[in-house]
Design a binder for this molecule. Structure first.
Ligand SMILES: [Zn+2]
Length: 260
């Protein structure tokens, strides 16, 4: 039984291999798309219970317009839906695994145009299309499984199994699952989001103007399901990626010159 579990672990890791869009990073995703959808719907139920949905067209029209354009640019067939949450105190947004996006009215204090909203929404949508929640759950699940197997094996056999365990975990560390992944996912969402907004014909420089404004106001995004990086490291990364994003933006402008 223990032997079987030890053999199973690397196999599970291989079966769950996926690639993140845009960055091409190798990921371990043990959840099926159906499980991800179910997870999204379950979270959504809780949100509808506790949060007040706004129907104020000053916000909903903008969120729909920008969200649809970004969703199209991802070329991902999710059940895209866009909601505004009536809460002026929360300057944040998030996107569930099923493609349902929520923007708090509190964010609009920092938004001066569609492109700035696109920067935030593309970042949140990037978390969803890169399956970040499923990835975190998978890693937690596998780490739990691995630890349980190892503890049992080491308790019984010491050295022999300890070595096997190391080998099994080695697969994990090769693809980066054992690294602190929430920061990594955040910077990946910044990367994917920046390129996606440019592919949707939004000027990616708006991501810089938004984050600078946000940092100046002394606001770090409120953590929702994740740890966000500091404003400075985030701005530096966006600056580094700007030439790549501008290339996408110019290509989009050229192919669709009338886009507002
Ligand atoms: Zn994020």
């Amino acid at each position: 039984m223990k032997r079987l579990a030890l053999l199973l672990l690397p196999m599970l890791l291989l079966l769950g291999c996926a690639k993140a869009p845009i960055t091409g990073r190798t990921q371990i995703i043990m959840l099926s798309p159906d499980q991800e959808t179910a997870l999204g719907l379950q979270t959504e139920k809780e949100i509808f219970k506790t949060e007040k949905i706004s129907h104020d067209p000053r916000y909903t029209a903008m969120v729909e317009r920008v969200g649809k354009r970004i969703a199209n640019a991802t070329k991902m067939d999710l059940d895209w839906k866009f909601y505004v949450i009536d809460n002026d105190k929360v300057p944040n947004a998030f996107c569930l695994a099923n493609g349902h996006v929520f923007v708090y009215t509190g964010l609009f204090k920092y938004i001066d145009n569609d492109a700035e909203l696109a920067a935030v929404m593309a970042h949140e949508i990037a978390h969803a299309i890169a399956h970040h929640v499923a990835e975190r759950l998978s890693v937690a699940q596998l780490t739990g499984l691995a630890t349980a197997v190892a503890n049992q094996a080491i308790a019984q056999n010491g050295g022999e199994y300890a070595e096997l365990f190391q080998a099994a975990l080695g697969i994990g560390s090769q693809v980066g699952v054992m690294l602190p992944y929430s920061r990594m996912q955040e910077s990946e969402a910044d990367h994917i989001g920046l390129i996606i907004m440019a592919m949707a014909c939004y000027d990616p420089r708006a991501a810089l103007s938004f984050w600078k404004k946000f940092a100046k106001a002394g606001k770090e995004p409120i953590v929702y399901l994740s740890t966000h990086p500091t404003s400075r490291s985030r701005i530096e990364q966006i600056e580094r990626l700007m030439p790549e994003a501008m290339k996408e933006y110019r290509a989009c402008r050229k192919s669709a010159p009338g886009t507002p």
